[in-house]
Design a protein around this ligand. Structure first.
Ligand code: ARG
Length: 596
């Protein structure tokens, strides 16, 4: 049997049964219907799980092309599939026709083998090698120097961290970069604001006590003043020009801003409990690479002048005009992004770059990607991807991390932790290490709430949903894991790896069958989540799995079961569920805890 489970070291492209069926279907198409070899058929879960585990619309599509009845097409396809099944693996599935679809269903023998694999040495669902070591860069949590992160940065952190974990799990050589925003005209404004502050008697130490807040305040006040005093903007631009030319005073002040900000970002990273970054190359890292990009653009005749600025005209693609260098000579965010791409592809050898950035920057990335492709920095499409996401707000309005506003990130975590602690006090007052548990549960609640929604949609942060211990929430899943751990602890022995013996011959309870079938789909859920960088697919999977687990646990005896073989089987089922939940939560950056 193919090692379908991510627990051996061999490289396999077709590492799920679903992929294998897909290949067989393509083989049949090619050999029997060469005219329609490129038909874009589906192989997915049927709308109703009573129909089976997978369903394909291939007969329906072929019938349309050939003028035959779907039923007849299905009837000829099924034996052909079985005939092509060299590896005798399709034999693990029962295939039948229904309404023009072929439905596949796992045979119980297959499911029992899978169960044994999940509980085998070291546990199943360990990393796959499907990614084949392909180098992918995931860019997220791109904070800006001298500014506290806003909710978009936090979403980026949580989503990016999960995507990185999923890709690594699937065997990609995935690396992370925070790409700090540390360059641009705003630093000229900040420099002039800071100098003004010092000139009017301010002290550096006043800033140093809480640098990010204080610098941000200076910046915000100055940008407000600019509305009535445009000369302040001019001053800012001059300071930035000096900075770009390497003025020592400006440079050393800027270095100070960058250093204190880096410390602050690290605090946020730890607070959010996300993985450390592999790279932290700010926008300024690419300064000396910008002239090269301008030269490339000129050479290809893409650069034109417009009102003193240097631009690339993208009107033919309805993408407007992209400004590379402003009329005052200042470099732009866009130009820095192009220099960054060139470096990442030609020097760092990434074959794909993911930008986890909120959807407001969609137009910016469209421009950047279009120019990068005209410059020949990328080959084909799909090397650069804006992994965009929507807004998160509170019922009463925006979540802002700036001072004096509704909620800061720190407050949000603290408040969630406080509310969690209250629930623990009510439900389980004698729990040891309550504070630590409350922090883990609070982080799970916040991250899961964020990740469980399709990243593209806007979401409203509602406490009753975030902390809903009975609904689709992080704490609900953690609680399912706690229950499982409790049961296994009570047994006081590791789950039996081998149990199959007699179990084969007995009728499964429906809840057992459903749970087994769900467990067998763990790898599908991870692959689907990776295909479009959509962590919510894993959330949905885990939620459904936990529901199936709860129904099972209500329906059958485990500890009190007299039949030893049956009892062992059920224990194995519980242990496998625990493994799936723990690994799944791990891919979301959420800790599975033993007690709560
Ligand atoms: N620092 C930017 C911001 O906060 C986001 C950077 C996104 N990444 C990029 N390569 N442009 O808006």
């Amino acid at each position: 049997m193919r090692e379908l489970w991510y627990n051996n070291g061999e490289f396999m492209k077709r590492n799920t049964l679903r992929n294998y069926i897909q290949e067989l279907l393509i083989d049949v198409l090619k050999s029997d219907f060469p005219l329609h070899a490129n038909l874009d058929f589906s192989l997915a879960e049927p709308p109703n799980r009573d129909f089976g585990d997978y369903a394909t619309n291939l007969p329906l599509l072929l019938a349309k092309r050939t003028g035959n009845k779907p039923k007849e097409v299905a009837k000829t396809l099924i034996p052909r599939l079985q005939g092509l099944d060299r590896d005798r693996e399709a034999a693990f599935l029962e295939a039948s026709e229904r309404a023009g679809f072929i439905n596949f269903r796992f045979y119980p023998e297959y499911l029992l083998k899978i169960l044994a694999q999940i509980n085998a040495d070291g546990g199943g669902f360990r990393a796959s090698q499907a990614g084949g070591g392909k180098k992918i860069l995931v860019e997220y949590f791109q904070n800006n120097v001298a500014k506290p992160p806003h909710v978009g940065h936090v979403r980026s952190a949580v989503i990016g961290d999960s995507i990185l974990r999923i890709l690594r799990y699937l065997g990609y050589a995935a690396e992370s970069d925070t790409h700090i925003g540390d360059w641009g005209t705003q630093f000229g404004i900040l420099l002039s604001a800071y100098k003004e502050f010092i000139n009017s008697g301010g002290e550096r130490t006043q800033i140093a006590s809480s640098p990010i807040e204080e610098l941000n305040k200076l910046y915000v006040v100055t940008t407000q003043k600019i509305e009535d005093q445009p000369e302040l903007l001019e001053k800012g631009k001059q300071e930035f020009a000096k900075l770009e030319k390497g003025d020592t005073e400006n440079r050393s002040l800027w270095e100070w801003f960058v250093a204190v900000s880096a410390e602050d970002f690290e605090k946020y990273r730890v607070l959010l409990d996300i993985l450390p970054f592999d790279h932290a190359l700010g926008e300024s890292f690419y300064l000396d690479k910008m002239p090269e990009v301008l030269a490339d653009t000129k050479k290809l005749g893409l650069l034109t002048e417009s009102e003193g600025a240097q631009i690339v005209n993208l009107e033919d693609k309805k993408l407007g005009v992209a400004i590379m260098v402003k009329s005052d000579g200042a470099t732009t965010y866009l130009l820095r992004d192009l220099a960054t791409i060139k470096h990442r592809i030609s020097r760092q050898k990434f074959s794909k770059i993911l930008y986890v950035v909120d959807s407001r920057q969609a137009h910016h990335f469209q421009q950047v990607f279009e120019i990068a492709s005209r410059l020949g920095y990328v080959k084909g499409s799909g090397m650069l991807l804006h992994v965009d996401f929507g807004f998160m707000s509170l019922p009463e309005g925006a979540i802002s991390t700036r001072k004096g506003s509704v909620v800061s990130l720190k407050n949000l975590i603290e408040e969630t932790q406080k509310r969690t602690l209250q629930i623990i006090e009510e439900k389980n007052p004698s729990l040891p290490k309550k504070n630590m548990v409350a922090r883990q549960v609070a982080l799970a609640a916040i991250k899961y709430f964020d990740l469980s929604h399709n990243r593209k949609s806007d979401i409203v942060f509602r406490w009753d949903e975030v902390l809903d211990f009975e609904g689709n929430s992080g704490p609900y899943l953690q609680y399912a894991y706690v229950r499982i751990s409790g049961i296994l602890r009570k047994l006081g022995q590791p789950p039996p790896a081998q149990f199959a013996g007699r179990v084969k011959k007995i009728a499964f309870d429906q809840t057992e069958m459903r749970l087994l079938r769900k467990l067998a789909k763990f790898p599908d859920a991870v692959e689907d989540a990776a295909a479009d960088y959509m962590p919510h697919i894993i959330c949905t999977y885990l939620y459904e799995l936990s529901q199936d687990f709860n129904s099972f646990y209500e329906a059958v005896w485990v500890l009190k079961e007299k039949d030893k073989e049956l009892k062992n089987f059920r224990i194995a089922l519980i242990a496998a569920c625990g493994t799936a939940i723990q690994r799944g939560l791990g891919l979301l950056g959420i800790e599975a805890i033993q007690e709560m």
